[in-house]
Design a protein around this ligand. Structure first.
Ligand code: NAD
Length: 497
């Protein structure tokens, strides 16, 4: 990516070219570790969105992409995967600079996974099938799946590169074209994807990026009549707003929204494993992850002991420069987000909870958006800190006595994305798992993804599933073809007097 005066120049990518915003506006993106600018970003408006959607429509209606054999599209996708791996260090660098996630977690986790998204959906592209419904030798009815058209892909600022590829790969694999609107707080790595896709030589207009803010660039993409699909990942309230705005152009939606996920630890669990799993799932990626187990439900029999070990370990988490390979928790994305997370500490105290650890800027970090890993205790299930998504390195701990109570507390939130159950009792594990009102449960493990399985949330955590063939449920149109094998009996109209 080009730089000027040490700042990255982040332009839109439309019809295979990097272009400025039509109205000429720009905004700055900041380094979360210092809050100093690192890039100047094109400030997209409806005019840029329209230009990008037109390019994507042309590519869809006239270009080769939806019409080429799936195996050929798969070759393009594999090339993108190869280029991501080739440039992995560079991408990880930009991601850490822009987002503040620890370098080890970007380099070893998020970036290889982004390449894997392309390899996986390259393979899946060639496996799209239809169904047949033979009818007594009279009819052969069958279905085919076709690409839908132009997709608007709207992504959040957490693990942006991985989440963008998670949408772009299946969208393109199915033969659609797209306009990606990355989050305004983390726009850098989307342009790396654009550079890679340009290098992979995809036909012009297949993949486009428009940068900008939600209301100015995201909203016109949602309302655009040339867009059929909206895949959105972000906050639940934004998802609701998007569904309202797309109603008059009847968008098809995939909604991956917020979460307030519970980890339930029973006394018979492998407690060391459970401790590792809970800490990883609460504090990795700076706690800025939708599947974070931000609520820990501890059985009373192990409450004091487990909490003791937890506090010891969390106090020892290494907060620091996200580029330092020793760092385990880096700075939060933005000063506004820092204020929001910090605000929840006052809410917690006002409601009678106790901040057992952390709760503020750690010592020795005078600048940047650093927030000490935090554990909140004396929490009741109805408190706001136990109900609302904080989206930072903050874990609330609640005790429970019985399995029924654990289930009630775990389900007693509006969200329903994921749950984690730690127990050696297999029967109980399955029983509790099946009682969870969520989209995904992990038993005796933190979030370990299998790309073939459906990913998504229940309740206020989302609508629809992506992953495996579920992605193609969203990114393809099913068409049914009815073939008469023998002349059907057709009631004859208009043959009377
Ligand atoms: P956000 O909702 O503020 O923004 C997400 C994206 O939507 C951004 O690109 C933003 O510019 C855009 N946007 C905002 N208003 C819009 C509008 N009116 N029309 C169109 N686009 C608009 O979310 P965020 O703060 O960037 O991300 C954090 C949230 O994302 C958390 O709630 C987290 O749980 C959620 N998330 C969910 C998943 C999941 O898979 N369920 C994964 C990651 C993050």
């Amino acid at each position: 990516m080009k730089q000027r005066d040490g700042l990255y120049i982040v332009r839109h990518f439309i019809d295979n070219a990097f272009v400025d915003a039509l109205e000429g506006g720009t905004f700055e993106t900041l380094n979360p570790a210092t809050n100093r600018p690192i890039g100047i970003v094109a400030d997209g408006t409806a005019a840029d969105v329209d230009r990008a959607v037109r390019a994507a429509r042309r590519a869809f209606e006239e270009g080769p992409w939806p019409r080429m054999p799936a195996a050929e599209r798969a070759r393009y996708l594999r090339r993108i995967g190869d280029l991501i791996l080739k440039r992995a260090e560079e991408i990880a660098y930009l991601e850490v600079l822009d987002v503040g996630m620890p370098i080890t977690q970007a380099g070893k986790g998020a970036i290889p996974r982004a390449a894997e998204n392309f390899y996986f959906f390259a393979e899946m592209a060639t496996r799209i099938t239809g169904e047949t419904y033979p009818k007594d030798g009279e009819f052969l009815n069958y279905t085919i799946r076709k690409p839908v058209g132009v997709a608007g892909l709207i992504t959040p600022w957490n693990t942006p590169f991985m989440l963008e590829t998670w949408k772009v790969a299946p969208c393109l694999a199915a033969g659609n074209t797209c306009v990606l609107k990355p989050a305004e707080w983390s726009p850098l790595s989307a342009n790396m994807l654009a550079e890679i896709i340009q290098e992979a030589d995809l036909p012009p207009g297949v993949f486009n990026v428009v940068h900008g803010f939600g209301e100015r660039a995201g909203a016109p993409l949602v309302a655009h009549p040339g867009v059929q699909l909206i895949s959105f990942t972000g906050e639940t309230t934004t998802g609701m707003e998007i569904m309202r705005n797309g109603a008059s152009t009847l968008k098809r939606y995939s909604m991956e929204l917020g979460g307030k996920n519970a980890a339930i630890v029973f006394p018979d669990a492998d407690l060391e494993q459970a401790l590792d799993g809970v800490i990883w799932q609460a504090f990795s990626l700076n706690g800025e992850r939708c599947t974070s187990n931000s609520r820990l439900l501890l059985h009373r029999a192990i409450y004091e002991e487990f909490l003791g070990h937890l506090l010891e370990r969390v106090a020892a988490i290494r907060v620091g420069d996200p580029f330092d390979p020793q760092t385990e928790v880096g700075p939060l994305i933005h000063p506004e987000h820092w204020q929001r997370v910090r605000g929840y500490m006052d809410v917690a105290r006002a409601e009678g909870a106790t901040i057992a650890l952390g709760g503020d800027r750690p010592p020795h970090f005078p600048e940047g958006n650093y927030f000490a890993p935090t554990v909140i205790v004396d929490v009741r299930p109805e408190m706001r800190v136990a109900q609302e998504e904080i989206f930072g390195p903050v874990l609330v701990v609640l005790p429970f006595e019985t399995e029924e109570e654990a289930i009630r507390i775990a389900n007693g939130v509006k969200y329903g994305l994921a749950a984690y159950i730690w127990t050696r009792d297999l029967v109980r594990a399955h029983r509790v798992a099946q009682a969870m009102e969520v989209g995904m449960v992990w038993i005796n493990a933190p979030n370990v993804r299998d790309l073939r399985t459906p990913f998504g949330g229940a309740k206020y955590s989302g609508i629809g599933r992506e992953g495996g063939f579920y992605s193609f449920e969203f990114y393809t149109e099913v068409m049914t073809i009815h073939v008469a094998l023998t002349p059907p009996r057709i009631p004859r109209l208009g043959v009377g007097r």
